[in-house]
Design a protein around this ligand. Structure first.
Ligand SMILES: C[S@@+](CC[C@H](N)C(=O)[O-])C[C@H]1O[C@@H](n2cnc3c(N)ncnc32)[C@H](O)[C@@H]1O
Length: 287
């Protein structure tokens, strides 16, 4: 990667604090197991063909997960800073990262057997960008390929931000990451609008509850709470569709094979979907 690093970008700041993030904002072993299973199933179906995989982002736990013998993994991410900070390194003929935009993937049609993503589409706008990336992925996947995506899903009934503060003050939210994750979803007016992370920061600053929250949560760590600073003066917008909204767009391009819902706190909002590209087959003969 040779592009210059933009020192003011949100992803540059995230790169610096990635190690302070925790589940559910990055995948835990349970999520990785849900990604490995369809991978080995696909390899078994493919016989001796070597598996070619694409990763949307540079998630290190996915880069390092078990893949069938002879597989290769290409990671595509717009942020050089993220790649430099978290990518566990290229391995010739096996694993490498390139700088690129998922909205303009530099890959041939049918060139991948697997595409992985961890919260990747939640970085984009709904429904337009979701649709563009879903369509592109369905093209780059081979006919029997599989798209494995951990999605961040807003519950059908939106929580009120104040209820989350009240629950946090009663000591019932396991980590600041869970708290922040729920607050993001609660503050999103609609999937189409997404949620501006700056608004989450502004509410946090206005409520000024850090000391009180730290007192009632033995398990909350200062370094985790400090990750809210990433949202200060950032124009980044995240998107949290409901499961029905996710399916509305994904089903245009994919058939859903399975959904696995992790058991951890807020796991119902982080399902891993396994999907196959939907191919339109022309069954009509000549008129
Ligand atoms: C995959 S997402 C979510 C993070 C994920 N949960 C993890 O633990 O790695 C974050 C990454 O997406 C990248 N990104 C966001 N929008 C992108 C786009 N349109 N094309 C390529 N990369 C993008 C960012 O640079 C960042 O590295």
């Amino acid at each position: 990667m040779t592009a210059a690093i933009n020192p003011r970008s949100y992803w540059y700041d995230l790169a610096k604090s990635y190690s302070a993030l925790g589940s559910p904002l990055k995948p835990c072993p349970e999520d990785i197991a849900a990604m490995e299973m369809p991978t080995f199933e696909l390899a078994a179906r493919n016989g001796h063909e070597r598996v070619r995989a694409l990763l949307l982002g540079v998630t290190p736990a996915i880069a390092e997960m078990r893949l069938p013998e002879g597989s290769s993994l290409l990671a595509v991410d717009t942020s050089v800073a993220m790649a430099q900070a978290v990518w566990p390194g290229d391995i010739p003929d096996r694993r490498w990262a390139v700088c690129g935009n998922w909205l303009d993937l530099p890959l041939r049609q049918g060139s991948c057997h697997l595409v992985f993503g961890d919260g990747s589409l939640n970085c984009l706008r709904y429904p337009g960008d979701f649709r563009s990336v879903a369509e592109t992925i369905s093209h780059v996947l081979s006919d029997h390929g599989v798209f494995v995506l951990r999605c961040y899903v807003r519950p059908d009934k939106r929580e009120a931000p104040e209820d989350i503060f009240t629950e946090a003050l009663s000591g019932r939210i396991p980590s600041f990451h869970h708290f922040k994750f729920r607050l993001l979803m609660a503050m999103q007016p609609s999937a189409g609008q997404g949620v501006a992370v700056k608004e989450v920061y502004d509410l946090w600053a206005k409520r000024n509850l850090e000391r009180q929250l730290m007192n009632c949560h033995a398990g909350w760590m200062k370094k985790d709470v400090d990750t809210i600073q990433l949202y200060h003066e950032s124009y980044t917008v995240h998107t949290f569709p409901t499961l029905a909204e996710w399916r509305e767009v994904l089903s245009e391009f994919f058939d859903e094979v399975s959904v696995s819902t992790p058991k951890y706190d807020t796991g119902d909002r982080c399902p891993t979907l396994v999907m196959r590209p939907r191919r339109i087959r022309c069954l009509a003969g000549p008129a």
